[in-house]
Design a protein around this ligand. Structure first.
Ligand code: BTN
Length: 250
């Protein structure tokens, strides 16, 4: 069998190759930048159906106003979708499933999903998803630590898919797989991907801490509803959480 050619550090994000690979998809426009502040910020000015990539971001944005470290060697891209998409499906969870499935099938690993949509590998954060709803569009920004980089202090909690600067597939191949997965999941029954979401959840049946109306609570995650709410049992009884951050109690 022919030996698989390895991509080297910072494989090229080739616009033409990406466009050819997603031919026939909803996404018709691809823009690739070497270095910009944030693909999701640029996406605000882009048309629906555009995908924006950057090899590096100087002000990568995460959820809850946090920053997202976006050094060279990661995969950073944003998709511009019609606002109607999120009215019909729990988009945040759907994208988490699409990202997790793409990584698992290409890299032959088992990622987990931390509510709402962080992707974890062996207990450390591998990828994050930022969904932003504007007046007329939804921007889904995906950031994934692909090649090894120096995470600095974040090294305690973050990881990359590959520990070196070589990989058996390119960042573009992974992005294309994610895009195709999103499109597939958008046309299937919600219960089908929610099943995957739950079976790959690292919070289900676990003790967690969370904030509700500024007050800290802890409890056990009993279930995740089909519209994405966490059902938690605490001393005060059962409650459901639809937004915010939770942390696992070890
Ligand atoms: C999170 O973990 O809180 C979400 C991180 C989302 C990061 C991606 S990288 C591409 C896009 N551009 C950004 O500035 N953010 C998203």
């Amino acid at each position: 069998m022919a030996k698989r050619k390895y991509n080297s550090y910072m494989d090229k994000l080739d616009k033409g190759a990406i466009l050819r690979a997603i031919d026939g998809s909803f996404f018709k426009e691809v823009t690739v930048y070497e270095k910009i502040n944030s693909t999701s910020t640029f996406a605000k000015e882009a048309d629906i159906g555009t995908v924006i990539f950057a090899a590096e971001q100087t002000s990568g944005r995460g959820r809850s106003g946090k920053s997202f470290l976006s050094k060279k060697g990661g995969l950073y891209f944003s998709l511009v979708l019609p606002v109607s998409t999120a009215k019909e499906v729990p988009l945040t969870m759907l994208v988490a499933v699409a990202v997790s499935q793409a990584i698992n099938s290409l890299a032959k690993v088992e990622t987990q999903i931390k509510w709402v949509n962080d992707i974890y590998l062996k207990g450390k954060k591998l990828a994050g998803i930022l969904t932003e709803c504007l007046f007329d569009k939804i921007i889904v920004g995906i950031g994934l630590n692909f090649y090894a980089v120096d995470f600095g202090e974040l090294g305690q909690t973050a990881t990359s898919l590959f520990k070196t600067q070589k990989a058996p597939f390119s960042r573009a191949e992974l992005a294309v797989e994610i895009i195709k997965n999103i499109e597939k999941l958008l046309v299937i029954e919600r219960s089908q991907y929610m099943e995957y979401y739950k079976s790959h959840s690292c919070v289900l049946n676990r003790e967690v801490r969370y904030f509700k109306n500024g007050v800290e609570f802890s409890g056990k995650v009993l279930d995740i509803s089909d519209d994405g709410a966490l059902i938690i049992e605490s001393e005060k009884g059962q409650s459901s959480i639809t937004s915010g951050e939770i942390s696992l109690k070890f």
